[in-house]
Design a protein around this ligand. Structure first.
Ligand SMILES: NC(=O)c1ccc[n+]([C@@H]2O[C@H](COP(=O)([O-])OP(=O)(O)OC[C@H]3O[C@@H](n4cnc5c(N)ncnc54)[C@H](OP(=O)(O)O)[C@@H]3O)[C@@H](O)[C@H]2O)c1
Length: 214
């Protein structure tokens, strides 16, 4: 049993990760500014703003693993990277493993191809958020060796607009976007959470990123 704190634990990705972790018997705390509209039975809810460093430090004191499932949208544009900088420092100091819900934009479309974010078809409205999550990855890659981190890029079609179904399986990739036979790239919210919690329970990627897709 691990103590898992999910920053953004009421969101699309964070909520599913929290739910999956609770179902496997972990001690889970979700953190969000608003009161959860659908509280997860078995998880503790903590209401607070993670831009507050004192709160972050307190949260990390009670965690084995902290999950960053924040989204660089609305008032958090430009601030997810700031919070991540603090998280990287505190998690290294306190020996807490840091898992990050990353974006697909950083993945290359083929071994020698451009990153998804640099392709013409990449949605313009998603570019700022994707760029910020690439910046977050840079912070991890440049972090002190003491920090144990992993960063999980979902398939391109991941998101609350496309929750999909739980299939109970997923494929793991590296720096290249995983696609299916028709060229699609999807992962359901629940299968993404499955992969994320599998990595928490059985670490296979230390100081590394990977991609997941159905
Ligand atoms: N295809 C893709 O590449 C793709 C698509 C979607 C998402 N993603 C990844 O998934 C991540 C999460 O996205 P999502 O769609 O799951 O986001 P979301 O549903 O908007 O959830 C964001 C969560 O963060 C919380 N939050 C925001 N600001 C906070 C603050 N200052 N303090 C505490 N909690 C705060 C929100 O709750 P409150 O508002 O109540 O605080 C909510 O629980 C993104 O950053 C991105 O990396 C990738």
């Amino acid at each position: 049993m691990a103590r898992i704190t999910v920053l953004g634990g009421t969101g699309y990705a964070g909520g599913r990760i929290a739910r999956e972790a609770v179902s496997r018997g972990h001690q889970v705390t979700t953190v969000s500014r608003g009161t959860p509209s659908e509280p997860i039975e078995g998880a503790a809810d903590r209401t607070g703003d993670v831009t507050d460093e004192t709160l972050l430090a307190e949260l990390l004191d009670d965690a084995d693993v902290v999950v960053n499932a924040l989204a660089a949208r609305g008032s958090m544009v430009g601030r997810v990277v700031e919070v991540s900088r603090t998280l990287v420092r505190l998690a290294a100091e306190k020996g807490v493993r840091l898992g990050v819900v990353g974006g697909a934009g950083v993945l290359k479309v083929s071994e020698d191809g451009p990153r998804l974010i640099d392709t013409d078809g990449f949605p313009e409205q998603a570019r700022p958020e994707a760029s910020e999550m690439i910046e977050v990855l840079g912070l991890l890659e440049d972090s002190d060796e003491a920090l144990d981190w992993f960063y999980v890029s979902p398939a391109a079609g991941f998101g609350d607009f496309n929750p999909g179904e739980r299939t109970g399986s997923y494929r793991i990739g590296g720096e290249v976007l995983l696609t299916d036979e028709e060229g699609g790239s999807d992962i359901s919210g629940d299968d993404y959470a499955l992969a994320f919690v599998d990595e928490i329970e059985t670490p296979r990627h230390r100081r590394a990123r990977f991609g997941v897709a159905n």
